[in-house]
Design a protein around this ligand. Structure first.
Ligand SMILES: Nc1ncnc2c1ncn2[C@@H]1O[C@H](COP(=O)(O)OP(=O)(O)OP(=O)(O)O)[C@@H](O)[C@H]1O
Ligand SMILES: [Mg+2]
Length: 245
């Protein structure tokens, strides 16, 4: 299964989500081999991975790959090779203003394209202008690719109801794009943990004795596990319906 976090707009949580879904317990239970692939030439995750290695954190459960090439054929071949050797591949796609090479490829190649989006009219109209035309082109060219594009509402208020968010997005989203029945709430915990090579679960262990931090991180872990479970379920449903055809 191939999951890509895709959003042309920057700073919507793609890299943070990619990392923590890759290291989630739900994913560890469901897949034997997991690859985390960063296509961002900036190498945010590569730096983070190097910190992990330096700190001696576990680098065996998930394999990490940074593909910095912006040459289409080069990065496509690299990604396809990694996909062949892993039951699950999670791709972190850069926010792209121009060209959108990686975005186009990811939208066409992923089984599930997760589009992290804020509930804001600015972000919705940026999506319609920048990302949606790519999705529409793909679906019109290859109709089987319908049903792979899922918006994940991000940075929601921690008390936002998933059902209300789901209803809202499904009302405003254009054809071929649906909303995931999950949200990614804004949590202050993200300001601290990911600069030290840690993933969320490891950070939870580090702050286990601090009651305030522990409560915050436990909520964040729960958010990520819920999203991971939802994605795994969608993947399984897709597999089952593909086999049934
Ligand atoms: N749930 C969250 N609550 C609050 N802040 C968050 C959350 N998730 C991520 N962040 C913070 O938001 C910022 C952007 O996150 P991230 O780098 O994952 O976004 P991105 O979409 O990968 O950005 P880019 O497009 O630049 O690659 C980071 O500072 C990160 O720590
Ligand atoms: Mg990023």
């Amino acid at each position: 299964m191939i999951i890509g976090f895709v959003q042309t707009k920057g700073g919507t949580g793609k890299s943070t989500l990619a990392v923590n879904i890759a290291f989630s317990n739900a994913v560890a239970r469901a897949f034997d081999s997991i690859a985390l692939v960063e296509l961002d030439p900036q190498g945010t995750l590569r730096n983070w991975w190097e910190e992990r290695e330096e700190m001696g954190y576990d680098c065996s459960r998930v394999s990490f790959h940074h593909i910095s090439s912006t040459q289409k054929e080069v990065f496509q071949e690299g990604i396809k090779a990694i996909a062949q050797h892993n039951q699950l591949m999670i791709m972190d796609i850069p926010g792209e203003g121009t060209g959108k090479l990686h975005t186009r490829f990811a939208c066409a190649f992923c089984d599930i394209a997760v589009i992290p989006m804020r509930q804001s009219t600015n972000d919705e109209s940026a999506f319609l202008t920048n990302l949606y035309p790519i999705i529409k082109d793909i679906v019109l060219a290859v109709p089987e690719k319908r049903g792979r594009f899922h918006v994940l509402p991000v940075f929601t208020h921690p008390r936002t109801s998933i059902d209300k968010c789901y209803a809202y997005f499904n009302e405003v989203l254009p054809p071929y794009v649906t909303c995931l029945k999950a949200v990614y709430p804004a949590r202050s915990v993200y300001e601290n943990f990911n600069r030290k090579g840690l993933n969320l679960n490891e950070y939870a262990a580090v702050v286990a004795t601090n009651r305030k931090f522990r409560q915050q991180v436990e909520k964040a872990v729960k958010d990520v596990e819920t999203i991971a479970n939802r994605l795994i379920r969608i993947g399984r449903e897709k597999n089952a319906s593909a086999k049934g055809k």
